[in-house]
Design a binder for this molecule. Structure first.
Ligand SMILES: Cc1ncc(COP(=O)(O)O)c(C=O)c1O
Length: 443
């Protein structure tokens, strides 16, 4: 059986319906694969112009996804936050802010980045994670919404002079996620204040004159069973009943996207339908004096980005034929870290039928540096351009200089289809010189 030309993955016999709502540049040339965010010819030209490895993002896809979320609860006070850890390129932050989103941040550095790229402090939610005293003071000074995830930190916060309110992160004892490493809501996870400690935590804060005005959960990333999220929402809403000062309830992020060709997309509309009665009931109870938040990251940006890489080596190792590329887990960590699947397209031969099975390897000196295993692709040659799809989230933000290599270039295709450099790659000389400078080394 032949697959979609140029698209990797085992044949599944099902229609590829997972990105049917995506906008595309198909008004110019039809996309050869629904996972390519621009026509193959355009991607080839971008790789020529900017070199590889190259992250390519589409602003129109990001905007459209923001608008889909914003329309999900038209009659309820839902204020959307974008979890900037998914992709924090300043130009991408800019366009998501322009779409009316606040930001969810998880470090003081992310708070600063949000402020410096123009986000209003009162639209920045800072979910701390083992924050230091200095970070706490700086966050208070910055005027962001502080979301505290441990009893001891709450106590330190409540003891500060001039603090009167904060939000707390609850461990709802319901977790989910695409991998155990991103399940944050289970009872053994390091996140959130233990469920049975919440009344004590609230009383302790009150004894220092601090009101709990916000409640938060984030049960995990890439949620597999949306019922787990609605269940955890109920847990949080129940806790909220005992808190008269509550102004906001944040249900976290975690909305999944279909990485595999045969996966069904998570329907925002269906989720909104299930969540609506819970929110509406709580709003009624509080006579409308409440704001709800969700803070997705992946769902907003993952399908809007891909990583372009050149094949340098085609190596038949007997049982496996490797395509050796000019990128690796230092640029896209998800496959090595979470065994994640990213569809791979041979952009150069996008119109040719899949013919051979390949494993796509990175150029990092580790056996585990495998980007994709056992993928059917057109017969591939050195010099071919590959696209690692759905790489807009947790791609560049998790990239590193391991093996002393530079980070990839990033470009953004704007709403008119024009490309713009949004982060340049360091040359080998530059990266080594910077490293030596930062290490106070003089040759
Ligand atoms: C506190 C918090 N909120 C939101 C997110 C965003 O998750 P996702 O990208 O799966 O929507 C994360 C990521 O794990 C997170 O840690």
């Amino acid at each position: 059986m032949l697959q979609t030309p140029g698209l990797s993955g085992k044949p599944n016999g099902k229609g590829n319906d997972n990105l049917t709502n995506e906008p595309s540049l198909t008004h110019i040339i039809p996309l050869i694969s629904p996972k390519l965010i621009a026509p193959a010819e355009k991607l080839e030209a971008l790789a020529e112009t900017y070199g590889t490895p190259l992250y390519v993002y589409s602003s129109s896809i990001i905007r459209q996804r923001c608008q889909t979320l914003a329309a999900a609860f038209p009659d309820l006070p839902v204020s959307w936050l974008y979890a900037i850890k998914a992709n924090d390129n300043p130009h991408i932050l800019n366009l998501i802010r322009e779409e009316g989103f606040g930001f969810d941040t998880v470090s003081y550095e992310e708070v600063l980045l949000s402020v410096k790229t123009g986000q209003r402090p009162d639209r920045i939610f800072y979910t701390e994670n083992n924050m230091t005293d200095q970070e706490m003071l700086a966050a208070v000074d910055a005027g962001v919404i502080l979301n505290i995830g441990s009893f001891s930190r709450l106590e330190q916060f409540a003891r500060l002079p001039h603090t009167s309110e904060c939000s707390i992160r609850v461990n709802p004892q319901i977790g989910d996620g695409h991998h155990a490493k991103v399940d944050t809501g289970n009872r053994d996870s390091k996140f959130g204040i233990r469920l049975d400690l919440i009344p004590e935590a609230v009383a302790m804060a009150a004894s220092h004159g601090v009101k709990i005005t916000g409640l938060h959960i984030h049960i995990g990333s890439g949620i597999q069973r949306p019922q787990n999220l609605t269940q955890a929402m109920k847990v949080l809403l129940d806790i909220g009943r005992a808190l008269p000062d509550l102004q906001r309830i944040n249900f976290g992020g975690g909305f999944p996207i279909p990485y595999r060709e045969n996966e069904h997309p998570f329907s925002i509309q269906e989720f909104a339908q299930a969540a609506h009665p819970l929110l509406a009931e709580e709003l009624d109870r509080r006579n409308g004096a409440l704001v709800f938040h969700f803070e997705p990251g992946r769902w907003v940006v993952a399908p809007a980005g891909l990583l372009l890489t050149r094949v340098n080596t085609v190596k038949d190792q007997g049982r496996i034929t490797f395509l050796g590329t000019d990128t690796g887990f230092n640029h896209l960590l998800r496959p090595a870290m979470y065994e994640s699947y990213h569809a791979v397209v041979n952009v150069t031969r996008a119109a040719e039928p899949s013919a051979e099975e390949y494993t796509i390897a990175g150029n990092i000196c580790e056996t585990g540096d495998i980007l994709a295993e056992d993928r059917m692709l057109p017969q591939t040659h050195s010099g071919d351009l590959l696209a690692l799809c759905d790489a807009g989230a947790y791609g560049m933000t998790m990239a590193s200089n391991y093996n002393r290599r530079s980070l990839p270039t990033e470009i953004l295709i704007d709403d008119q289809g024009n490309d713009r450099l949004i982060r340049k790659r360091e040359q080998a000389d530059e990266i080594v010189d910077r490293f030596l400078r930062e290490s106070f080394f003089t040759p």
